[in-house]
Design a protein around this ligand. Sequence first.
Ligand code: BGC
Length: 802
Amino acid sequence: MEFMNVKIRQSTLAVGIVIAIACSLSGCNDSNTTSSSTQDPEAYKKAAEDAVVKMTVDEKLNIVMAPGIDFAKTNTLGVVSANPVTNLKSDTLGTVGYINGVLNDKLNIPAVKLADGPAGLRINYSRPGDSGSYYATAWPIGSLLASSWDAALVEKVGRAIGEELKEYGIDIILAPGMNIQRDPLNGRNFEYYSEDPLLSGKIGAAMVKGIQANNVGATIKHFVANNSETNSHFVNAIVTPRALREIYLRGFEIAVEEAQPWVIMSSFNKVNGIYTNERSDLLTDILRNEWGFKGFVTSDWFAGTPETTAYKQLLAGNDLIEPGGNLEALKSSFTNGDITEQQLNTNVVRILTQVFKTPSYKNYAFSNQPDLNSHATLARRAAAESMVLLKNQNAVLPLAKNQLLASFGITQINTIKGGTGSGEVNNQKTVTIAEGLSSQFTTNIALETLYGDYFTNNKVFHPGYYGIGSFTSCEEPDIDVSVIETAVQSSDVAVITLGRIAGEGADRTNSRGDYLLTETELKLIENVSAIFHEQGKSVVVVLNVSGVMDTAEWADKVDAILLAYLPGQEAGNAIADVLSGAVNPAGKLTQTIPVNYADVPSSSTFTGVDTDGDGKPDDVYYNDDIYVGYRYYQSFDKPVAYSFGYGLSYTTFSYTDASMMSSTIKKGEGGNISLSVTVTNTGNISGREVVQVYINAPEAKLKKPTIELKAFAKTAELRPGSSEKVVFNIPTKTLASYDESNNQWIIESGEYRVYISPSSDIANIEPITFSVPEEVTVSQTTPEAMALPHGVSAADFVTIIR
Ligand code: BGC
């Protein structure tokens, strides 16, 4: 049998190579070649190697250098290329980058189209002279999706996003975003998943798998340490190699190993003095040689040094320069000998290996009709299942259908579906919170009219930049006490919605109206709570926000708080589903909510220091080192408002029989520990529970955070009284810490404590222990990779030390 299997595999591989080579010769116009035989990565690589032989140097340079953007012509209608896109077979308005094709007497390789982004496909919804519409689904933002802790759900969303790409003629999406949420004020945190690398990696891998199941490509970004927006194109992140390995690189590593994204996008910033897209230790030694990445690396748009030195990116392993443009400068670099043809071949082969997988290459006849209806249903479910219930005093939620709602807050009208910038989506309609609530409850019409009219008269449209980054704001109206006193007479409960938008290009601030509530918002909470509580009626706050904000100032005044983040186009429906109990919330925090912003370990160094006096930060010192998020709060006993991993349900769960099933820790990457726990629904309604495994490791020579997340799982929907045995297999590699002085991942000897817990608050959890008798070397890494700049040592800037 074994022999038969081997034979079959060999012959399918051979067929795959033949088909792929045939395609490379003629330009493959047969959409049937998506059979599994052509999915073999080696066959695509072989075809790319064969193609490169038939290309001139100019054709190769034209592949690595994208055609550029003509800003004079680019407007809200979409990006217009500066130069003709070579061999573009069809265009999709809203495409943000191309890879030039090749057309000569031996090759017919079509151009490939790239579009954003992390909350769904960003293309233009209309086209001049065309009555059709090209809407895409606006999904929940990354931070919300990740709060599901549900890889299967995220993979489903990925599949739907991939289908939209494919049916709109896009080959590669510039998503998911996987940077670590180092500081709550990073303006792009909404695109990202978590402060924890394991969670980011697993959720990112699920998203990539889902997207790529459609034979279109995913791009994990921004590689690496792109953790603030202020001067983001030039800022220099100064980070220890250990923090890079354990925190900032780790999620990307997991996504590469588990899902092999077609593309990885290097970031704008420098790390330890050098632009990421010029670091061969990052893009070649670590990414390819250590992790086995098989795709290609693209630059971020307009990233890095002047155009005249673009060749440095190619040398480092940044294969594609986006959006490209100055082909002549690159040609001069080639003529000057800055870059060899052999190097170019390497870059081109990597790109073409992926190009040959694309729908454009396979001449896929896209329909322009993705299944938007079923995607809307999934977007609603994904949003509702991911929201985090932070507070639910006296079980005021879920609300009974017959309760009369008084809905306060301008955000119920100006509901925020997502962030701005490249992470936005052109969807057809966003269901507002007012609409969602009134479709499932009886709401107070007078209040809704008041807010609706106020919005009409006071809204401000911010146009953004070339049509990107536009949004509408409206300040919170100052609601008179008499209005609340009237409303309370005909209502059973108050719902107050607070909103915060954020976007690419700017960080948030620790100020009123941003991280902190405005005086008007505080007054609204104060007055509504006082008046409703006086009559024995409850107050619920819904946070329609891009990221973490202050709760310490007001949380004790209200009965329930639902963190809805930016839920995408089905916002109002999904929020109403949770408030009504149609969906039992099962999301948990993927980032800690601190008591005060000043408690955040990076708050003293965010957004960096201005060293040249131009008013912009130049260097960001990662003073928090490996103590990011809960790793800090737990290790230093710092109280938090809401812990990482925390989230309530309308039911309760018990954890019993936590035990270690087996342990086979051994040298190298093999082996694992296996654990199990029984989770029982001890409440009255069905629900799902996110179960987390934290490990406290001994400190032999390395200092360690008190606990680190090493595994997680989400139960199936458990009926009241029913149980599920949850099993965790934790690979040896996941237990390792990075020993910078020896360039090694090691598992230190000593006693390990395992906490199987509903959140990172493990205070009341009885640990399971196991011992590692002697130090285990898991893997050796590239010496000196990502070293600190000359003359800088960790002692100079790391302020958080155990
Ligand atoms: C962003 C990327 C995005 C690209 C193309 C850049 O400004 O940083 O995330 O994919 O633009 O829109």
